[in-house]
Design a protein around this ligand. Sequence first.
Ligand code: SF4
Ligand code: FES
Length: 258
Amino acid sequence: MNLTLHVWRQKSAGENGRFVSYDAQGIDAHMSFLEMLDVVNENLETGGEEPIAFDHDCREGICGSCSMVINGRPHGPWKETTVCQLHMRHYEDGDEIWIEPWRASGFPVIRDLVVDRSSLDRIVASGGFISARTGSAPDANAILISKANADRSMDAAECIGCGACVAACPNGSAMLYTAAKVSHLGILPQGQPERYTRVANMVQQMEKEGFGACRNYAECEAQCPKKISIQFISRMNCDYLRATLLRPIDFRGKTDSE
Ligand code: SF4
Ligand code: FES
C-alpha cells in the first residue's frame, strides 16, 4: 500500500519543529508501524536525507520506548496496543498519517519523535523501591499474600513506563504512571514499611517535574497500552492524604480496605 506520512521533524530541543510530508510506498500490510518507519528511513538515507529519529527497543510491547502520537492518539488508534505492536494491516491504501512526539512540558523533545522521559525515572528514584535487604529468594509461601492483593499489585506492575498517559492528558498529568508505581509496592507486605514516605516523595517529585494535576478526564486510562485503571489514582490520593495530612502511624499494618 502507499501512504502519505506527515512527520514532526525537529533538530533539537532549542529549535522549532514542523511537519514534513513523505510518501511511504510499497508498504506491506504485515509490517509493524515501526518497520514501516524503518523502510521510510532507509529511503531517506539512500537519498542523502536525515532519517526520522524515533525511540524503540524491545518491539514486543514490554519496554515502553516506542512513544509517538499517531493521528492525535498516543500509541495510535488501537486500544491496549503499543506502537511497536500496531500493524499496517489496520491502514488502507492512500491513508494520510500524522506522527508527532509526546506533547507535555515534562517531556521535552530531544529530536523529531524522541522525547526526554527521564522525569519518569526520577519519580521512581524518589521512592519506587524498597530499601530492605532481601537476601536470596525466600520460600514461595514464606510471606502470605492474598490472591486479591497479588492480582491488584500485578495489575499495577504492568505499567511499562511509556508515558502515553501523560501525552493523552489535557493537563499533562503523570498521576496514572505514579499511581501504578506507588501501588504495585504499596499493596504488598514488603512495601508497607516505606509506604507513606514513598507516596509523599513520589508525588512531590512528580510535581517538581512539571506534570499537571489530575482532573478526572480519564484519557490516561483510555490510551494506556496496559489498561492501568484510574482506580490506582484514587488509591494513591488516599495514601498521600494519610502521609501528609493525617498520622501515617495510625494506618501502619492496615490493608487497603481498612
Ligand atoms: S500507566 Fe500506562 S500509559 Fe502510563 S506509563 Fe504506565 S503503561 Fe504507559
Ligand atoms: S519498542 Fe518496547 S514497547 Fe514498543
